[in-house]
Structure formats: C-alpha cells, structure tokens
Design a protein around this ligand. Structure first.
Ligand SMILES: Nc1ncnc2c1ncn2[C@@H]1O[C@H](COP(=O)(O)OP(=O)(O)O)[C@@H](O)[C@H]1O
Ligand SMILES: [Mg+2]
Length: 305
C-alpha cells in the first residue's frame, strides 16, 4: 500500500500583528500515523491546528486534507475529521449523554453512536451525571467522545492531556493508540511535552517560534542529532584552546564542561592523553548520545534566542 499523506500543508503562514505565529510550515502527516506536533508554549501549535480546521484563514500557504483543498472542499473534509482545540466547550449543566446528543443531532448520527463512543472513552457509567461534576480527565474523555461521534478518519487533538494527572494521561495515551491501531484512524496530537508524545507517536513535527524545525520519525530525530564527547575539567578555557588547536571542534563549554563534536575518528582516550600531557586535569570524559528530551530542548532553545 502506498503511504499517502492525510494532512499536507505547504508554506502555511499566519501572523498576528508582529508575531509570526505560524511561519511557512509544510506538514506531512502520513495515513495511519500518530503524529506528535511538539513545541513549547507559544510555538504556534494551536494556531496551526486552527488553520487546519479553517477556524482562521492563513496569510499564505495551502492546506490539503485527504487530498482535498481548503477552503473549497471544507465541508467534505470536516465530515471525515474529529477535533478539539484548546479547552473544548462542554455544557456543564447537561449530562455527558446530553452533551453528546446535541452534536449527534447536528451531524445526523443515530443514538447507537452515542453508546459506542461512551464505551470507547469509558464513560458509560458516568453518562447520566452532570458534566459540572466531571473531573478534568472525564471532560477530556467526553471531548474525545464528541470528536469521535462522526466516525472520523482523522483526529486532530490540541494538547488532549493538558492538566491531567499521570493516570489520566495514561488513559488518553492508551485510547489514542487503540484508535490508531484498531480502527486505523490517523491522529494528529499536539503537546508541549516530549515524553508524552514519544510513547505514542510514530512521527513527530517539532515547532519553535512558528517554524517547523524537525519532521520525521522518532528514530530519525535520534539519528539526526549528533553524539558528542563530554569532558569535565576545571580548566575548560585552556582545554578548549588546546583541543581547538589540535583540530577538534568544541561545540560549547561552560565553567567545568566541554562538549566536542564527535565522529568515529575521535577517540576519547587520545583526548585524555592530549589533555594530561598538557597538565590539564580531567575528571571525566565520555561519549554521550543525547536523549530525545535533550535533543528536543536543544532544538527548541536554540531557536528561542
Ligand atoms: N488571536 C491571537 N491574537 C494575537 N496573537 C495570537 C493569537 N493567537 C495566537 N497568538 C500568538 O501566536 C503565538 C502562537 O500561539 P499559539 O498558536 O497559541 O501557540 P501554542 O499553541 O504552541 O502554545 C503566540 O505568540 C501567541 O501569543
Ligand atoms: Mg496551544
């Protein structure tokens, strides 16, 4: 089967006054993937999602979903998409069931569908209770149930685990996996936390200051980031001069730590020898493969400046 992109944007751009909220973003979300859309607060995630749903217009760029174009084929697209953006609006004075029933009538689904989605999100027992009394986790699951009412082929969820406790996060995570794996739904999920996404996502896009700075699989993210050699010493100034003049590339150094760009030719024991011969005391030297968290922090903080 050919892998097609369910979401394909091209140079999607939206500015608010002086803020480039979304800056020429070209997304490629493969069919059947769980795509984690990652970035710190204010990076442009919600704005991107609002553009995908045509809740706002782009200044520039195009959106294709299921090969259909916005805004011309918006109705056809939205029939296949379930979504919630930021905190979903629920009616607190109605029960969970009644909240679902309002949307069910709008989209013309039958009442059996309500039972189905309540079961999926595990809210059957609480469906007759007023939403006012729901925990945040229950509200998020009800919002997910609402998004599922129309039998979507694509789910777009904006920070669905925001504010949840670890158990709630675990529940949403399991649900998302189930929807993707058992029902073949493509899931586009935004988050500002890498560890939330890395356990469910097959693909990631990292956004920072409105720009897409990485897109690919988690393995590609790991592979594309360089390992480095970490040297701990109290004489970082002298040591980095020495290493630089010997052809090594010092990526950064702080008060007591140097990071060298690593490649297969760089042997830590040769570096130790060089430093020791020059009377530089080394307390530790090791090759480091950065964790995904480190890579994420580095990618997003570089662009902050
Ligand atoms: N309606 C708006 N008016 C003005 N600025 C906005 C508006 N929406 C978003 N922004 C700005 O655009 C940037 C991206 O915001 P947002 O897309 O909400 O980021 P995220 O969802 O990643 O936290 C932020 O600087 C935010 O302040
Ligand atoms: Mg947001």
């Amino acid at each position: 089967m050919m892998l097609t992109n369910v979401i394909q944007t091209s140079n999607l751009t939206r500015q608010f006054r002086k803020v480039m909220a979304v800056d020429h973003i070209t997304l490629q979300v493969p069919q059947g993937s769980i795509y984690g859309f990652l970035g710190p607060n204010g990076a442009g995630k919600t704005t991107t999602i609002r553009l995908l749903l045509r809740l706002i217009r782009p200044d520039e760029g195009t959106v294709r979903i299921f090969g259909l174009s916005l805004p011309q084929q918006q109705q056809a697209i939205l029939r296949k998409v379930g979504a919630f953006v930021e905190l979903p609006s629920l009616y607190p004075h109605l029960t969970g069931y009644e909240n679902l029933d309002i949307t069910r009538r709008l989209i013309g689904a039958n009442t059996q569908k309500i039972k189905d989605v309540l079961k999926i999100v595990n809210l059957e027992k609480d469906s007759k209770r007023l939403v006012r009394g729901y925990s945040l986790g229950m509200r998020q699951r009800l919002a997910l149930a609402l998004a599922l009412l129309g039998d979507p082929e694509l789910l777009i969820l904006d920070e669905p685990t925001n504010g949840l406790d670890p158990a709630g996060i675990q529940e949403i995570r399991a649900l998302i996996k189930h929807l993707a794996q058992e029902r073949g739904i493509t899931v586009f999920i935004s988050s500002h936390l890498l560890n939330e996404v890395e356990q469910v996502a097959t693909h990631v896009g990292i956004v920072s200051k409105g720009k897409l700075i990485f897109q690919g699989t988690l393995n590609q993210l790991q592979a594309e980031s360089e390992a480095y050699i970490q040297i701990k010493t109290n004489q970082t100034e002298v040591a980095s001069q020495l290493l630089t003049s010997n052809g090594f590339i010092v990526r950064q150094h702080s008060e007591n730590e140097i990071h060298l760009v690593s490649n297969s030719q760089v042997n830590p024991s040769i570096i130790t020898k060089l430093l020791v011969e020059n009377q530089i005391e080394v307390s530790q030297i090791s090759r480091v493969n950065p964790s995904l968290e480190e890579i994420f922090m580095r990618l997003t903080s570089e662009k902050e400046n």
